[in-house]
Design a protein around this ligand. Structure first.
Ligand SMILES: [Zn+2]
Length: 242
């Protein structure tokens, strides 16, 4: 998460807005994603109206193209996440019609309205939006996020990497090493870095996370602690001192 935040800072000029996601929520998302395999999951997320982004953090990651009022919930930390659906890459976006009636009445009060932000998973595929994802995002008042996970054993989902787009990896260790041969052999697959082992027993090789607005613009994700400070905040600040 620390190296992810470093990259968010380095590439801040590529974004017009930022969103602060607590690390403990992010950890939960990864675990849910693995528990649901081989399905994708759709997760609804809300912000805490009493937890604005810390001004010094917002300022630190702000780009010159920064724009206010881009999406609902902008400027507030994500506070909670709920699994709403699971399915394949198409069905996961289609919610049962009566899903707001009972599903969340106990956890979300009588309002039980739509969520501000949405996240879905890409098991063994990069976190890059598909056409179906772009369509689904048109209904989102906040931002859409994609969590891509590369893991083994792969089961029925071998790693699919033939997608154009910018990758944002969590964990600098997981950056692919340059290979001499273009041929991808069975043996090169055995040399994947292991970031960690999930409670499900899956070895996690790569975690990717992106956020985007329905117009296709990327939103910079900052992984924060319970107080709202980025993980690795001290290192980040000292990295820009002359
Ligand atoms: Zn998708």
């Amino acid at each position: 998460m620390v190296s992810y935040n470093h990259e968010s800072f380095q590439s801040r000029e590529s974004y017009t807005a930022q969103i602060h996601l607590p690390g403990h929520v992010f950890q939960e998302l990864v675990w849910w994603a693995l528990q649901a395999l081989p399905d994708e999951i759709l997760v609804g997320m809300d912000v805490d109206g009493n937890a604005p982004h810390l001004p010094e953090v917002e300022h630190f990651f702000k780009s010159t193209e920064h724009t206010e009022g881009l999406f609902q919930g902008q400027g507030f930390r994500i506070s909670e996440a709920h699994i709403v659906n699971r399915g394949n890459s198409y069905s996961v976006h289609h919610l049962p019609e009566d899903w707001t009636d009972d599903m969340f009445s106990t956890t979300r009060g009588s309002r039980a309205g739509r969520f501000t932000h949405w996240l879905h998973t890409h098991p063994n595929a990069p976190a890059i939006p598909s056409h179906a994802d772009a369509d689904a995002a048109q209904e989102t008042p906040g931002v859409d996020m994609i969590l891509g996970l590369r893991f083994s054993p792969e089961g029925p989902l071998p790693w699919f990497d033939d997608v154009e787009g910018v990758r944002r990896r969590v964990g600098a260790e997981a950056k692919p090493k340059p290979t001499k041969s273009k041929r991808r052999s069975f043996f090169s697959r055995q040399n994947l870095t292991v970031l960690g082992v999930a409670p499900s027993g899956h070895k996690i090789h790569e975690i990717q996370l992106i956020a985007f607005r329905k117009n296709g613009l990327g939103i910079n994700v900052i992984l924060v602690d319970e107080e709202g400070y980025p993980l690795g905040w001290d290192e980040l600040q000292s990295s820009i001192k002359p």
